[in-house]
Write a protein that binds this ligand. Sequence first.
Ligand code: PAN
Ligand code: ZN
Length: 192
Amino acid sequence: MDNPGQLSIIPPPVRFISGTGKLEGSPVKKNVRYIKDLQGIFKDETARASQSQEEIVYEVEMYMPVKEGTTGSLFFGNTTVFAGKVGDEYYMTRGHFHALPDRTEFYWCIRGEGMLVEMNLKGITWAEEIFPGSLHFIPPRTAHRVVNTGKNKLVLGACWPADAGHNYGDIEKKGFGARVMEINGQPRLIKD
Ligand code: PAN
Ligand code: ZN
């Protein structure tokens, strides 16, 4: 042994860059969602279909240190929603319930401004304001979507159970019952 009695000290596999919220390191996976991927998500499908299909709406970086579905473990990620609108509706994520419906999640805002739209199983919808430093607990059985109402990128951190999974189908079929639209220059949560 080269160093008898010495325990190993190793570099962490991933770095979280606090100013930008970016994740760096070889285990990090990235998903990019373009306008072309979001058919049927925005109210004005004609507007979505007629704008540049290669424009990025949001991207997600993920650090998943265990196999997806592992009970008792965690995933870590960030979401960057770009500034923009489809018609009068702000750029946003698709939104989902978790596939295991009782699984919860934390979001926190690193930069930008927006709204976290949530909906419970009774179809009751509400939104929390997002601003740098805001912390959001997503309760069990609650669909969640983030909306960028600002002029700059909205960046959020997230931590969720590795066995949560994503159920997009219920949102694709029924939506959130409300949308964040720009009305007279201001963001408003209005019934769909
Ligand atoms: C987040 C979301 C991320 C992208 O990591 O997956 O914001 O939103 P969609 O998954 O709705 O496209 C999360 O909530 N994970 O559970
Ligand atoms: Zn989630």
